[in-house]
Design a protein around this ligand. Structure first.
Ligand code: NAD
Ligand code: DAU
Length: 362
């Protein structure tokens, strides 16, 4: 598809979540009309969209991707040319504690959306359904090697297994019905508006509050990190120039051990908001908050992405380095104390107690 032939109406599911809210903003910035379909679970946050809520090209519909009738209505009204499917239960630790919603939202919800799109779009091959998935479907790497699009699926957690199931359905809808589906498998995102249950915002917000920084195991697990704006650019490249039926791996080429990340967060906070000026630290340095806790069950050791296909076929490479992205991210959390305060009140506190209470008491 050339730029000129590009779609004007994009339906984003999960647009009130971390990546979704950044993607909605990105698409509006490119002149598209955007319909955000989100059930507003604990992870959905309309505060993240406050600055675009009045944009006449933006519309929000509170709906569940498992609700077929609601999706049919929205497809009929909005007639999207593009779908970016991000709605999901996304947190691995929660999938270990309570897997059911992961199966119903990630597998059944994806099925429902695929089915509604297939019936609404018929055989219109100019539409695009971008199914946003994860590198976790490939399982765990040792010290060497990288995931490519041909790596065998081998998911470890209920979360990654549910995403793998959804990916298979997405491919099946292309092969069986010719639905123009593209699947993307991306590494760990970070950046503004990420719910503070994930490693980086959890560490930033807890360090600022002078609370222990829970590092699982020895902190030597490795993840590949991608700044969220780069993920949005990659999804846009895929929607414009990707080939239906194909997978694209998306990565940052920025592998880091977890402990190194937590130490970098502490060092950057010390630079921009010295612990000596932060009463919550009570005279301690940020790094003194680092606490090694019981490991995550089934914890994948290492993820690394071979993104050659995205680079060679679609000309995409990430712009942000990990160090500059982390600085921007920390700056955003420091500048948005009200967002953090609202996101970390209420049910969030129950999650912190459930997941970390016993681990930190040991
Ligand atoms: P998130 O948890 O921040 O947001 C998920 C959003 O989906 C929320 O707004 C939530 O309200 C909504 N949602 C959940 N269940 C729903 C349902 N049944 N119906 C409608 N909406 C529902 O997630 P995220 O980190 O922004 O991830 C978005 C997508 O990208 C997910 O599909 C995830 O698997 C994938 N992904 C995430 C990462 C990452 O590092 N965060 C990396 C690769 C892929
Ligand atoms: O790889 C892509 C995936 O990245 C996405 O599909 C998921 O939606 C997203 O949540 C993320 O999964 P991870 O499990 O890698 O992210 P998380 O931030 O939960 O953890 C990152 C690493 O940090 C992991 O090795 C576990 C570790 N960790 C995490 C938390 C929350 C800790 O050591 N302590 C913690 O408190």
């Amino acid at each position: 598809m050339s730029d000129a032939a590009l779609a004007q109406r994009a339906l984003v599911t999960g647009g009130a979540g971390f990546i979704g809210s950044n993607l909605v903003r990105f698409l509006l910035g490119r002149g598209l009309d955007v319909l955000n379909v989100d059930a507003l679970t604990y992870a959905g946050n309309l505060d993240s969209l406050a600055d675009v809520a009045a944009d006449t090209r933006y519309r929000f519909a509170r709906a569940d991707v498992r609700d077929r009738a609601a999706l049919e209505r929205l497809f009929a009204e909005f007639d999207p040319q593009l779908v970016f499917h991000l709605a999901a239960e996304s947190h691995v630790d929660r999938s270990i504690v309570a897997p059911e919603d992961f199966v119903t939202t990630n597998v059944v919800g994806t099925f429902t959306l695929l089915e509604v799109a297939r019936r609404a779009w018929g055989d219109d091959g100019a539409r695009r359904f971008v199914h946003v998935s994860t590198d976790e479907v490939y399982g765990s790497l040792g010290e060497t090697g990288r995931f490519s699009e041909t790596t065998r699926y081998d998911p470890s957690s209920p979360y990654s297994a549910s995403k793998a199931g959804a990916d298979h359905l997405a491919h099946a809808y292309h092969r069986t019905y010719g639905l123009p589906v593209i699947v993307t498998n991306c590494s760990n995102n970070y950046g503004p508006r990420q719910f503070p249950e994930k490693l980086i915002p959890l560490m930033i917000t807890r360090a600022m509050a002078g609370e222990p920084l829970p590092v699982y195991g020895a902190g030597d697990n490795v993840r590949d990190w991608l700044y969220v704006d780069d993920h949005c650019e990659a999804l846009w490249a895929v929607a414009q120039r990707g080939k239906p039926g194909r997978d694209y791996n998306i990565g940052g080429d920025e592998e880091r051990r977890n402990l190194e990340i937590v130490q970098l967060v502490c060092a950057e906070l010390e630079r921009v908001r010295p612990a000596s000026d932060n009463a919550a630290l009570g005279g301690r340095a940020y790094r003194e908050l680092i606490t090694f806790v019981e490991d995550r069950p089934g914890h994948d050791y290492r993820y690394a992405i071979d993104a050659a296909r995205l680079r060679d076929e679609l000309g995409f490479s990430p712009r942000e380095s990990f160090e500059s992205g982390l600085r921007k991210t920390i700056g955003w959390y420091l500048d948005n104390a009200r967002w953090v305060e609202r996101a970390t009140s209420g049910a969030y506190r129950d999650w912190i107690e459930d997941n970390y209470g016993a681990r930190l008491d040991r």
